[in-house]
Design a protein around this ligand. Structure first.
Ligand code: MIC
Ligand code: SF4
Length: 644
């Protein structure tokens, strides 16, 4: 039987399990990436494994999130990461060199390879035909040590792209349309493959925009074929040798198929506060705009920036608008300065920020009270911008640039600037922002440099047979890891300091949560469906662990977060009957008994000691995950196995 692109890559990398949908498989990982906000923790975890050198083909540590350095904390963490890289054979991408996903596909990614990254937008690499998956830091640490990465074998979704985009309609509008069709839950447990004649006209940066926001579908990853466009891109990056051609077989079987007619597509926006709350720009025309931010790993390529420069050239942004532009990488910025496009951006009134995540993760540039902010980013969750009432709309670079000029939403198709961009035949390659690994000899004497902001991470514990504890918090559907463990300029510097971070846990939902959890010393969280969507931050599991949370009961979980909970030794429990959610209240006490035995039968019965209600909870976990819970978390499980 024919295979999909993803199935071909998985088969080549399969270490354990069978490629049967839903069953756990283990795959060999060729490359890993980390960024600094999750990297410090991932490397602390890697260090506990006692392995002398990474066992991947290539591992890269990027510094792109915490570049504010307002205190010693960030700079110390960066120094720690750099010293770990020197010691363990890892490439170090310095602050200012660019956003991990953008730099990775420019300089390291390769079709047919597997990549896991401690960042949920790692699937950006699918734009060049990589099987690129976001994971928690512990999983990345294990992969760096040569261990398999385990996922349930995904189902396959095919999206046919028909026709070609009209002027002013963008790759961002394609993925927004897919989000409108499938929702933030539509991709859970699936790999999304793009096919059809429409892909030929899409450049690599456009494909990367689409695979990047596959994370917002909840998908395991998204992938494009590797074709002549991929080859030309790699050649232009001076990496032609990394090219292989990759396509699905004609008789490949997909579980779901959809078609997007590019000819009919119009510019779209994801409205507050969810990436799937999508509306046509034509319906938003009268909305006044206060702020426009162009950049992030979704839309910060040279291709995007050149389009923006064409729109802004010779014009000035509206009086009431503040415009920020963060180019995705040093290569992008350097080429913009060579071509003169940078001058057009500056002269139009843009504030040029450094090549980093910046406003996307709330590192400055928070909107004014109730401010309307148009962003080319990928997430518009409540509070993520740094203000609770910021009205964040996710749009294409074209919509962002035209609207910055007008001061109101402006539809790119109502404008006539020629936006045809010819991709360069060769990019300016200057890898001075990347420090390669040391030789084995030099690495022996390299020292790890730890700063005082690095605190112990909480000890994970083996699953208890009986848990009786209060429901500390009940939250609704689609709770994000930004709700559970917020980021932003004030807190992000403390990603290696779990005790400090814990004060802010669930702050957006309930400011009293952390204090109450500490005083009780144990408890449950009850969630709706898709609990833990969004970021891969394992802090959203480690912090609740520190606060004493024993289990999370939800209608369903997002993939990376569920894995992070298990890795941290917290049991994820799923309502067998979702209507039982309605019968639970904060303050109710839940009793679970005989959990260890019940783990074998994939379900248990819980008793609400307040109401006497009995309800069924599912624990459909892979045998490996059950063993992790019994061992007391992934590191203990891995340590135990290596001592066997
Ligand atoms: C995000 O976009 O939310 C982040 C910040 O990049 C996260 C990682 C993190 O929380 O450090 C992600 O997407 O995984
Ligand atoms: Fe950085 Fe934003 Fe991309 Fe996350 S989504 S990696 S914060 S640019």
């Amino acid at each position: 039987m024919g295979q999909t692109i993803a199935e071909k890559i998985i088969e080549k990398h399969l270490i354990s399990g069978q490629m049967i949908k839903g069953e756990e498989i283990g795959i060999r990982i060729d490359q890993t990436l980390t960024q600094d906000a999750t990297g410090t923790m991932a490397y602390l975890e890697f260090e506990t494994m006692g392995i002398p050198k990474v066992r991947t083909e290539k591992s890269v540590a990027y510094v792109d999130h915490n570049t504010l350095q307002s205190g010693f904390e960030n700079a110390d963490d960066h120094r720690y990461i750099q010293s770990v890289c020197a010691k363990y054979g890892i490439y170090y991408s310095r602050p200012g060199n660019g956003i991990c996903h953008q730099v990775h596909y420019e300089r390291f990614g390769a079709p047919g390879k597997t990549l896991i990254g401690s960042d949920s937008h790692t699937p950006t690499g699918g734009g060049i035909g990589m099987l690129a998956i976001g994971a928690g830091g512990m999983d990345v640490a294990v992969a760096m040590g040569g261990g398999a990465y385990n996922i349930p074998m995904p189902r396959m979704i095919k999206i046919n792209l028909k026709g070609s985009l009209s002027m002013g309609v963008s790759a961002k509008d394609i993925i927004l349309e897919v989000l409108r069709m499938l929702s933030v839950k539509g991709g859970v447990g699936a790999i999304v493959e793009y096919a059809g004649e429409g892909i030929k006209s899409l450049t690599i940066p456009e494909r990367a925009t689409i695979t990047n926001m596959g994370a917002e579908l909840g998908a395991t990853t998204s992938i494009f074929p590797s074709d002549e466009v991929t080859k030309a891109f790699l050649k232009a990056q001076n990496r032609e040798d990394d090219y292989i051609s990759l396509a699905s077989d004609e008789d490949a079987k997909y579980d779901e198929e959809y078609t997007v007619d590019l000819n009919k597509l119009e510019p779209l926006a994801a409205c507050p506060h969810s990436p799937d709350n999508v509306k046509p720009i034509s319906e938003l025309k009268d909305i006044k705009v206060d702020q426009v931010c162009i950049g992030s790993c979704t839309n910060s390529s040279l291709f995007d920036m050149m389009k923006v420069a064409k729109i802004l050239k010779g014009k000035t942004i509206a009086d009431g608008v503040s415009l920020s532009i963060s180019p995705g990488s040093r290569q992008v910025l350097s080429m913009l300065s060579e071509s003169g496009d940078l001058k057009d951006l500056i002269d139009a009134g843009a504030r040029i920020l450094e090549c980093a995540c910046g406003p996307c993760i709330g590192m400055g540039f928070s909107p004014s009270s109730n401010g309307v902010s148009l962003r080319t980013f990928n997430r518009n969750f409540e509070g993520r911008s740094g203000t609770k009432d910021g009205q964040i709309y996710l749009v294409s670079p074209e919509t962002a640039a035209y609207s910055a000029l007008k001061g109101y939403f402006d539809n790119p198709i109502d404008n006539d600037t020629n936006l045809d961009i010819i991709m360069p035949k060769s990019f300016t390659v200057n890898d001075s922002g990347i420090i390669p690994p040391l030789s084995d000899e030099e690495a022996k004497t390299a020292e790890i440099r730890r700063g005082p902001n690095i605190k112990e991470f909480p000890e994970t514990m083996p699953l208890e047979d009986q848990i009786e504890a209060e429901i500390l918090l009940k939250v609704e559907d689609n709770i994000t890891t930004d709700h559970i463990m917020p980021a932003g300029a004030k807190i992000l510097p403390y990603r290696s300091n779990i005790p400090y971070l814990s004060r802010y846990c669930f702050e957006v939902c309930d400011e009293t949560f952390a204090e109450r959890a500490i005083s009780k010393g144990k408890g449950f969280i009850v969630g709706g469906s898709n609990y833990g969507q969004g970021s891969s931050r394992e802090h959203a599991a480690l912090v609740p662990l520190y606060l004493g949370v024993n289990g999370v009961i939800a209608k369903s979980f997002a993939r990376i977060h569920a894995a992070n909970l298990v890795n941290a030794g917290i049991i994820p429990l799923v309502f067998d009957d979702p209507s039982d959610y309605d019968k639970l209240n904060e303050g109710d006490v839940i009793r679970l008994q005989g959990l260890k035995k019940d783990l074998n039968s994939d379900h248990t019965f819980a008793i609400n000691t307040k109401t006497g209600d009995k309800f069924k909870l599912n624990m459909e976990l892979a045998p490996r995950q059950k063993a992790i819970l019994l061992a007391g978390g992934l590191l203990k499980y891995t340590g135990g196995k290596s001592n066997e």
